[in-house]
Design a protein around this ligand. Structure first.
Ligand code: GDP
Length: 294
Protein backbone atom coordinates (compact mmCIF):
# COMPACT_ATOMS: atom_id res chain seq x y z
CA UNK A 1 0.00 0.00 0.00
CA UNK A 2 2.86 2.40 0.75
CA UNK A 3 4.16 1.94 -2.76
CA UNK A 4 0.73 2.59 -4.23
CA UNK A 5 0.36 5.66 -2.05
CA UNK A 6 3.73 6.94 -3.20
CA UNK A 7 2.89 6.17 -6.84
CA UNK A 8 -0.34 8.13 -6.61
CA UNK A 9 1.15 11.06 -4.70
CA UNK A 10 0.92 13.43 -7.66
CA UNK A 11 -2.79 12.94 -8.18
CA UNK A 12 -3.45 12.97 -4.42
CA UNK A 13 -1.49 16.15 -3.86
CA UNK A 14 -3.05 17.94 -6.83
CA UNK A 15 -6.70 16.96 -6.51
CA UNK A 16 -7.99 14.19 -4.29
CA UNK A 17 -6.12 15.13 -1.14
CA UNK A 18 -8.08 18.38 -1.05
CA UNK A 19 -11.29 16.47 -0.38
CA UNK A 20 -10.20 15.60 3.14
CA UNK A 21 -9.71 19.27 4.00
CA UNK A 22 -12.91 20.19 2.20
CA UNK A 23 -14.95 17.76 4.29
CA UNK A 24 -13.25 18.42 7.60
CA UNK A 25 -15.85 19.17 10.25
CA UNK A 26 -18.35 20.46 7.71
CA UNK A 27 -21.85 19.57 6.67
CA UNK A 28 -22.35 18.45 3.10
CA UNK A 29 -23.98 21.66 1.91
CA UNK A 30 -24.25 22.91 -1.66
CA UNK A 31 -21.00 24.80 -1.40
CA UNK A 32 -19.02 21.73 -0.34
CA UNK A 33 -20.71 19.61 -3.00
CA UNK A 34 -19.92 22.13 -5.69
CA UNK A 35 -16.28 22.17 -4.72
CA UNK A 36 -16.21 18.39 -4.64
CA UNK A 37 -17.71 18.27 -8.12
CA UNK A 38 -15.00 20.55 -9.40
CA UNK A 39 -12.22 18.42 -7.92
CA UNK A 40 -13.65 15.22 -9.39
CA UNK A 41 -14.10 16.73 -12.85
CA UNK A 42 -10.56 18.10 -12.85
CA UNK A 43 -9.22 14.67 -11.95
CA UNK A 44 -10.52 13.32 -15.28
CA UNK A 45 -13.16 11.14 -13.73
CA UNK A 46 -15.61 11.87 -16.53
CA UNK A 47 -18.87 13.79 -16.17
CA UNK A 48 -21.10 10.73 -16.01
CA UNK A 49 -19.23 9.17 -13.11
CA UNK A 50 -19.01 12.49 -11.27
CA UNK A 51 -22.79 12.95 -11.48
CA UNK A 52 -23.39 9.42 -10.32
CA UNK A 53 -21.07 9.75 -7.34
CA UNK A 54 -22.59 13.09 -6.32
CA UNK A 55 -26.14 11.76 -6.58
CA UNK A 56 -25.28 8.68 -4.52
CA UNK A 57 -23.49 10.81 -1.97
CA UNK A 58 -26.43 13.21 -1.59
CA UNK A 59 -29.06 10.53 -1.17
CA UNK A 60 -27.01 8.32 1.14
CA UNK A 61 -26.02 11.35 3.23
CA UNK A 62 -29.68 12.20 3.75
CA UNK A 63 -30.53 8.62 4.64
CA UNK A 64 -27.59 7.84 6.88
CA UNK A 65 -26.67 11.27 8.27
CA UNK A 66 -23.14 10.00 8.89
CA UNK A 67 -20.73 11.66 11.31
CA UNK A 68 -17.98 11.21 8.77
CA UNK A 69 -19.13 11.96 5.21
CA UNK A 70 -15.64 11.21 3.93
CA UNK A 71 -16.11 7.58 4.87
CA UNK A 72 -19.33 7.53 2.91
CA UNK A 73 -17.63 9.08 -0.11
CA UNK A 74 -14.90 6.44 0.09
CA UNK A 75 -17.47 3.66 -0.05
CA UNK A 76 -19.30 5.25 -2.95
CA UNK A 77 -16.09 5.77 -4.92
CA UNK A 78 -15.07 2.16 -4.35
CA UNK A 79 -18.44 0.92 -5.57
CA UNK A 80 -17.88 2.87 -8.78
CA UNK A 81 -14.73 0.93 -9.61
CA UNK A 82 -15.22 -2.47 -11.11
CA UNK A 83 -12.66 -5.01 -10.13
CA UNK A 84 -12.09 -8.60 -10.92
CA UNK A 85 -9.00 -10.23 -9.56
CA UNK A 86 -6.24 -11.11 -11.93
CA UNK A 87 -5.74 -14.84 -12.11
CA UNK A 88 -2.24 -15.02 -10.73
CA UNK A 89 -2.32 -18.76 -10.23
CA UNK A 90 -3.68 -20.16 -13.44
CA UNK A 91 -4.59 -23.81 -13.93
CA UNK A 92 -4.22 -23.77 -17.70
CA UNK A 93 -0.83 -24.76 -19.01
CA UNK A 94 0.45 -22.83 -20.82
CA UNK A 95 -1.51 -19.83 -19.60
CA UNK A 96 -1.68 -17.37 -22.46
CA UNK A 97 -1.82 -13.63 -21.96
CA UNK A 98 -2.43 -11.59 -25.07
CA UNK A 99 -1.36 -7.97 -24.66
CA UNK A 100 -2.55 -5.11 -26.88
CA UNK A 101 -2.35 -1.30 -26.87
CA UNK A 102 -0.99 1.66 -28.80
CA UNK A 103 2.73 2.33 -29.11
CA UNK A 104 4.15 4.10 -26.13
CA UNK A 105 1.36 3.03 -23.79
CA UNK A 106 3.78 0.94 -21.75
CA UNK A 107 3.04 -2.48 -23.22
CA UNK A 108 6.59 -3.78 -23.29
CA UNK A 109 7.35 -2.51 -19.81
CA UNK A 110 4.14 -4.06 -18.48
CA UNK A 111 5.00 -7.39 -20.08
CA UNK A 112 8.43 -7.28 -18.45
CA UNK A 113 6.91 -6.46 -15.06
CA UNK A 114 4.33 -9.20 -15.36
CA UNK A 115 6.93 -11.75 -16.49
CA UNK A 116 9.10 -10.84 -13.54
CA UNK A 117 6.19 -11.47 -11.21
CA UNK A 118 5.60 -14.96 -12.60
CA UNK A 119 9.31 -15.76 -12.66
CA UNK A 120 9.66 -14.75 -9.02
CA UNK A 121 6.91 -17.28 -8.26
CA UNK A 122 9.02 -19.98 -9.91
CA UNK A 123 7.16 -20.13 -13.21
CA UNK A 124 8.78 -20.34 -16.64
CA UNK A 125 7.80 -17.58 -19.04
CA UNK A 126 7.99 -17.35 -22.83
CA UNK A 127 7.37 -14.04 -24.56
CA UNK A 128 6.32 -13.72 -28.21
CA UNK A 129 7.94 -10.66 -29.80
CA UNK A 130 4.99 -10.16 -32.12
CA UNK A 131 5.48 -6.45 -32.64
CA UNK A 132 7.46 -7.19 -35.77
CA UNK A 133 6.70 -3.76 -37.21
CA UNK A 134 9.33 -1.91 -35.19
CA UNK A 135 12.88 -3.26 -35.07
CA UNK A 136 13.40 -1.41 -31.80
CA UNK A 137 10.45 -3.20 -30.22
CA UNK A 138 12.04 -6.60 -30.87
CA UNK A 139 15.33 -5.43 -29.37
CA UNK A 140 13.61 -3.88 -26.39
CA UNK A 141 11.71 -7.01 -25.44
CA UNK A 142 14.79 -9.19 -25.97
CA UNK A 143 16.72 -6.92 -23.65
CA UNK A 144 14.03 -7.21 -20.97
CA UNK A 145 13.92 -10.98 -21.45
CA UNK A 146 17.63 -11.27 -20.70
CA UNK A 147 17.33 -9.00 -17.73
CA UNK A 148 14.48 -10.85 -16.03
CA UNK A 149 15.10 -14.38 -17.27
CA UNK A 150 12.25 -14.94 -19.71
CA UNK A 151 12.71 -16.63 -23.09
CA UNK A 152 11.86 -14.30 -25.96
CA UNK A 153 10.88 -15.83 -29.28
CA UNK A 154 11.53 -13.38 -32.10
CA UNK A 155 11.70 -13.37 -35.88
CA UNK A 156 13.11 -10.78 -38.20
CA UNK A 157 11.79 -7.24 -38.29
CA UNK A 158 8.89 -7.08 -40.75
CA UNK A 159 8.01 -10.77 -40.57
CA UNK A 160 4.55 -12.23 -39.95
CA UNK A 161 3.47 -11.54 -36.37
CA UNK A 162 1.13 -14.54 -36.23
CA UNK A 163 4.01 -16.84 -37.18
CA UNK A 164 6.03 -15.57 -34.21
CA UNK A 165 3.10 -16.41 -31.95
CA UNK A 166 2.76 -19.85 -33.52
CA UNK A 167 6.45 -20.57 -32.85
CA UNK A 168 6.20 -19.28 -29.29
CA UNK A 169 3.28 -21.58 -28.53
CA UNK A 170 5.18 -24.52 -29.99
CA UNK A 171 8.22 -23.62 -27.91
CA UNK A 172 6.15 -23.24 -24.73
CA UNK A 173 4.48 -26.60 -25.17
CA UNK A 174 7.71 -28.47 -25.90
CA UNK A 175 9.75 -26.75 -23.18
CA UNK A 176 7.09 -26.76 -20.49
CA UNK A 177 6.72 -22.99 -20.20
CA UNK A 178 3.79 -22.31 -17.91
CA UNK A 179 3.17 -18.74 -19.04
CA UNK A 180 3.10 -17.28 -22.55
CA UNK A 181 2.87 -13.52 -22.98
CA UNK A 182 2.27 -12.08 -26.43
CA UNK A 183 3.59 -8.60 -27.20
CA UNK A 184 1.92 -6.95 -30.19
CA UNK A 185 2.25 -3.93 -32.44
CA UNK A 186 0.46 -0.68 -31.66
CA UNK A 187 0.78 1.53 -34.71
CA UNK A 188 -2.32 3.66 -34.88
CA UNK A 189 -1.69 5.31 -38.26
CA UNK A 190 -2.83 2.11 -39.92
CA UNK A 191 -5.54 1.07 -37.54
CA UNK A 192 -7.56 -1.33 -39.69
CA UNK A 193 -4.42 -3.19 -40.67
CA UNK A 194 -3.37 -3.43 -37.03
CA UNK A 195 -6.77 -4.73 -35.92
CA UNK A 196 -6.66 -7.40 -38.65
CA UNK A 197 -3.21 -8.45 -37.46
CA UNK A 198 -4.44 -8.73 -33.86
CA UNK A 199 -7.42 -10.81 -34.94
CA UNK A 200 -5.13 -13.11 -36.89
CA UNK A 201 -2.90 -13.59 -33.84
CA UNK A 202 -5.96 -14.36 -31.76
CA UNK A 203 -7.09 -16.98 -34.28
CA UNK A 204 -3.68 -18.68 -34.11
CA UNK A 205 -3.84 -18.79 -30.31
CA UNK A 206 -7.39 -20.18 -30.43
CA UNK A 207 -6.45 -22.81 -32.97
CA UNK A 208 -3.35 -24.00 -31.14
CA UNK A 209 -4.52 -23.77 -27.53
CA UNK A 210 -7.61 -23.20 -25.37
CA UNK A 211 -6.55 -19.57 -24.90
CA UNK A 212 -6.10 -16.69 -24.90
CA UNK A 213 -6.92 -16.86 -21.20
CA UNK A 214 -6.51 -13.17 -20.68
CA UNK A 215 -6.49 -10.32 -23.19
CA UNK A 216 -5.07 -7.21 -21.61
CA UNK A 217 -5.35 -3.73 -22.99
CA UNK A 218 -2.53 -1.46 -21.86
CA UNK A 219 -3.66 2.15 -21.53
CA UNK A 220 -1.48 5.16 -20.77
CA UNK A 221 -3.15 6.86 -17.81
CA UNK A 222 -1.74 10.25 -18.80
CA UNK A 223 -3.59 10.37 -22.13
CA UNK A 224 -6.96 10.99 -20.50
CA UNK A 225 -10.15 10.80 -22.51
CA UNK A 226 -8.21 10.35 -25.76
CA UNK A 227 -6.86 7.06 -24.53
CA UNK A 228 -10.32 5.89 -23.56
CA UNK A 229 -11.54 6.57 -27.10
CA UNK A 230 -8.63 4.62 -28.60
CA UNK A 231 -9.39 1.75 -26.30
CA UNK A 232 -12.78 1.32 -27.88
CA UNK A 233 -11.21 0.27 -31.20
CA UNK A 234 -9.32 -2.52 -29.46
CA UNK A 235 -12.39 -3.58 -27.54
CA UNK A 236 -14.33 -3.94 -30.78
CA UNK A 237 -11.63 -6.04 -32.46
CA UNK A 238 -10.43 -8.45 -29.79
CA UNK A 239 -12.32 -9.30 -26.62
CA UNK A 240 -10.51 -7.41 -23.92
CA UNK A 241 -10.76 -9.13 -20.54
CA UNK A 242 -8.91 -6.53 -18.52
CA UNK A 243 -7.21 -3.15 -18.63
CA UNK A 244 -3.77 -2.22 -17.33
CA UNK A 245 -3.54 1.51 -16.63
CA UNK A 246 0.09 2.64 -16.77
CA UNK A 247 1.99 5.77 -15.73
CA UNK A 248 -0.40 6.64 -12.91
CA UNK A 249 2.67 7.91 -11.08
CA UNK A 250 3.10 10.54 -13.78
CA UNK A 251 -0.35 12.06 -13.75
CA UNK A 252 -2.42 14.26 -11.49
CA UNK A 253 -5.53 12.90 -13.12
CA UNK A 254 -5.99 9.61 -11.30
CA UNK A 255 -9.73 9.89 -11.84
CA UNK A 256 -9.13 8.30 -15.23
CA UNK A 257 -9.52 4.84 -13.66
CA UNK A 258 -13.20 5.59 -12.96
CA UNK A 259 -13.69 6.89 -16.45
CA UNK A 260 -12.18 3.77 -18.00
CA UNK A 261 -14.42 1.52 -15.93
CA UNK A 262 -17.50 3.54 -16.70
CA UNK A 263 -17.00 4.05 -20.41
CA UNK A 264 -15.45 0.74 -21.41
CA UNK A 265 -17.14 -1.59 -18.97
CA UNK A 266 -13.98 -3.62 -18.63
CA UNK A 267 -12.41 -4.30 -15.23
CA UNK A 268 -9.05 -2.76 -14.47
CA UNK A 269 -6.76 -5.59 -13.47
CA UNK A 270 -3.41 -3.92 -12.90
CA UNK A 271 -1.86 -0.49 -12.65
CA UNK A 272 1.62 0.77 -13.45
CA UNK A 273 3.11 3.18 -10.94
CA UNK A 274 6.68 3.49 -12.23
CA UNK A 275 9.24 2.38 -14.80
CA UNK A 276 10.92 -0.38 -12.81
CA UNK A 277 10.16 -4.12 -12.89
CA UNK A 278 8.45 -4.03 -9.54
CA UNK A 279 6.21 -1.08 -10.28
CA UNK A 280 3.16 -3.09 -11.29
CA UNK A 281 0.32 -3.58 -8.86
CA UNK A 282 -2.77 -5.73 -8.93
CA UNK A 283 -5.70 -3.35 -8.93
CA UNK A 284 -7.75 -3.17 -5.78
CA UNK A 285 -10.50 -0.50 -5.74
CA UNK A 286 -10.41 -0.01 -1.98
CA UNK A 287 -6.65 0.51 -1.82
CA UNK A 288 -6.81 2.74 -4.87
CA UNK A 289 -9.44 5.02 -3.35
CA UNK A 290 -7.65 5.11 0.00
CA UNK A 291 -4.38 6.01 -1.71
CA UNK A 292 -6.11 8.78 -3.67
CA UNK A 293 -7.89 10.34 -0.72
CA UNK A 294 -5.02 9.90 1.74
P1 GDP B 1 5.19 0.33 -25.63
O1 GDP B 1 5.55 1.11 -26.85
O2 GDP B 1 3.71 0.30 -25.42
O3 GDP B 1 5.79 -1.03 -25.57
O4 GDP B 1 5.72 1.18 -24.39
P2 GDP B 1 7.01 0.99 -23.47
O5 GDP B 1 6.83 -0.19 -22.59
O6 GDP B 1 8.22 1.06 -24.30
O7 GDP B 1 6.87 2.28 -22.54
C1 GDP B 1 6.96 3.60 -23.03
C2 GDP B 1 7.59 4.48 -21.96
O8 GDP B 1 6.74 4.55 -20.82
C3 GDP B 1 8.93 3.95 -21.45
O9 GDP B 1 9.80 5.02 -21.28
C4 GDP B 1 8.56 3.32 -20.10
O10 GDP B 1 9.63 3.32 -19.20
C5 GDP B 1 7.44 4.21 -19.64
N1 GDP B 1 6.51 3.55 -18.71
C6 GDP B 1 5.83 2.39 -18.87
N2 GDP B 1 5.04 2.13 -17.80
C7 GDP B 1 5.24 3.14 -16.91
C8 GDP B 1 4.68 3.46 -15.61
O11 GDP B 1 3.85 2.78 -15.01
N3 GDP B 1 5.15 4.63 -15.04
C9 GDP B 1 6.05 5.45 -15.67
N4 GDP B 1 6.42 6.56 -15.05
N5 GDP B 1 6.55 5.18 -16.88
C10 GDP B 1 6.16 4.05 -17.50
Amino acid sequence: FDKLKKGLSKTRETFFGGIKTLFAGKKLDDEVLEELEEILIMSDMGMETVEKILDDLKSEYKKQEPDDPLLLLRDIMVSNLESEGFNANPQQNPYIIFVVGVNGSGKTTTIAKLSKKYISEGKKVAIAAADTFRAAAIEQIKHWGEKIGATVIAHEHGSDAAAVVFDTLKHAKSKGKEIVIVDTAGRLHNKSHLMEELKKIKRVIEKETDGPHETLLVLDGTTGQNGVQQAKAFKDSVDITGVVVTKLDGTAKGGIAFSINNQLNIPIKMIGVGEKEDDLQMFDPKSYVNALLG
